[in-house]
Each structure stands twice: as structure tokens, then as C-alpha cells.
Design a protein around this ligand. Structure first.
Ligand code: MF3
Ligand code: CO
Length: 254
């Protein structure tokens, strides 16, 4: 699929979708507490999304059974909602979810601390989030796509973290996954030139230990991806818009 450049009208719809998704995440961050199952979290998230008149974009995507991916501790992404998976104090929990508003998509992820977490875990969350912001310093028309990738990866690696290589960010619009793919580490080339009207989901996934990931063995699902070495992992994602100046972070409300 080709890279799509959004029209003024499409950008307005992407803005609206993003604004709603930002609110969904704000509400979820308030609701998620120790003792809840990942299934309950999914039910709440679906209700909130539908409350905005939006469709949960993940539900049914490639057969995915939920509206949000709930990835706990060493789970990197795509954590499945399960009744017997209970969040507990000290966990870090990544919530990745998306909405469709009038045909336009927004995709974002946050990693939450459940109660008191270790200093090390908090640093992983903070660095993952900051790596996104380091990356989008380069998300400007005239720069190249992999300038973003390099800035994300270089920043996270300074802390000794493992930047996940097997999963990437992506273009987004009427489809959740559009071209281009956006790695989170330095490439040998600078990649395509960035153009105003591109909408991109930038999503660093950072491990405290090694970068390698694999499918979970504990679940009989085909979804949940974990760190190979069992180390903690954090995820931070926003849908952004390339403009003539600074990028607009569509899925984050100021
Ligand atoms: N949000 C993920 C991404 O950023 C995709 C989730 S896959 C799904 O690409 F099946 F859960 F939807
Ligand atoms: Co995404």
C-alpha cells in the first residue's frame, strides 16, 4: 500500500479521532487498578470508545478478540484480554488501543504504573516516552523518515535498554496500518522524505534487557508477545501529523 497524504478534510477527521483517543487513554489511566483482570480492562475500554460513537479499531483486526492490548511487565505488545490475568500492585501495564471516527483511525499506547513501582521500572517508562519525543523532533517536512527512527533508538540505547526491532510504527489513516513502516532504531539509509499531510503512528517498544522478543509460551493465544529474556518492557505511541512546521501530536491533548 502506498503512503497516503491526507487532505484538509481528512486531517480534520484524524484530529477528531486523535482527540477522542487521547481522552480514552486519560479515562483508562484513571480506571485501571490492581485487582482488575485484563478482560475487565478490555470491557471498560470498549465501552468508553463506543461512548464517543467510535468503533474500536482493534476488535476483530486479524481476528484480535479485544478492543485494547493489555501488556503486563515482560509482555511487550498484543497482550490479550483474559479473565484470569489479574493486574497487581507494582506491575507496569501497557495499554494500546485505537478508534475509528467517521472512517478515520487513531492509534496510541501508554504504559501505566500500578501503585508503587520500582525506580528502574519508572525509568524504563519515562525513557520510552521520552524516546518518542526525541524521535518526533525530526518529524518535519524535508527531513527523512529514518531520522526519527535513529533519534528514538539512539536515545533509548544510551540507557542500556534493548530497542525492539521486530515490531515497527506505521502510517495510519482509513487503515490502521498503512505505509510506511517506521523502525525504532538507526537504519543504514535515511528513508523517504517526510511530506506535510502524512499521518504516522510512532511507537517505541523498549525492553529493560535484550531487544529480542517472542510469542508467549504461557498462553494458548497467538498474540501476546514477550521479551525473550523476561525483562520488563514499555510501549509509548501516538498518531502524529507532519506539517510545514512542528508535528502535531493528534492523540495527545494538551
Ligand atoms: N496497535 C497495534 C499497532 O500499533 C496493533 C494492534 S494489533 C490488534 O500496530 F490486532 F490488536 F489490533
Ligand atoms: Co500502532
Amino acid at each position: 500500500m502506498a503512503v497516503t497524504i491526507k487532505s484538509k478534510r481528512e486531517i480534520e477527521l484524524m484530529r477528531e479521532a486523535g482527540k477522542i483517543l487521547a481522552e480514552v487513554h486519560e479515562k483508562m489511566a484513571d480506571k485501571v487498578k490492581a485487582g482488575m483482570s485484563s478482560y475487565e480492562i478490555d470491557q471498560i475500554c470498549e465501552k468508553i470508545i463506543r461512548g464517543y460513537g467510535c468503533e474500536p479499531s482493534f476488535l476483530g483486526y486479524d481476528g484480535y478478540p479485544g478492543s485494547v492490548c493489555i501488556s503486563i511487565n515482560d509482555e511487550v505488545v498484543h497482550g490479550l484480554p483474559e479473565k484470569n490475568k489479574i493486574i497487581k500492585e507494582g506491575d507496569i501495564v501497557s495499554l494500546d488501543t485505537g478508534v475509528i471516527y467517521k472512517g478515520y483511525q487513531s492509534d496510541a499506547a501508554r504504559t501505566l504504573a500500578i501503585g508503587e513501582i520500582s525506580k528502574e521500572a519508572q525509568q524504563l517508562i519515562d525513557v520510552t516516552e521520552q524516546s518518542f519525543f526525541e524521535g518526533i523532533k525530526f518529524a518535519k517536512a524535508g527531513n527523512h523518515l529514518y531520522d526519527i527512527s535513529a533519534a528514538i533508538g539512539d536515545y533509548a540505547e544510551k540507557f542500556g535498554y534493548g530497542v525492539v526491532r521486530d515490531l515497527v510504527g506505521h502510517g495510519i489513516g482509513t487503515e490502521m496500518h498503512e505505509d510506511p513502516q517506521i523502525p525504532n532504531f538507526r537504519q543504514n539509509r535515511r528513508g523517504m522524505k517526510l511530506v506535510p499531510g502524512m499521518t504516522l503512528a510512532i511507537e517505541p517498544m523498549i525492553n529493560m534487557g535484550r531487544p529480542e522478543v517472542c510469542l508467549s509460551e504461557n498462553t494458548n493465544d497467538d498474540w501476546t508477545i514477550v521479551t525473550e529474556d523476561g525483562s520488563l518492557s514499555a510501549h509509548y505511541e501516538n498518531t502524529i501529523l507532519i506539517t510545514d512546521g512542528e508535528p502535531e501530536i493528534l492523540s495527545l491533548n494538551k
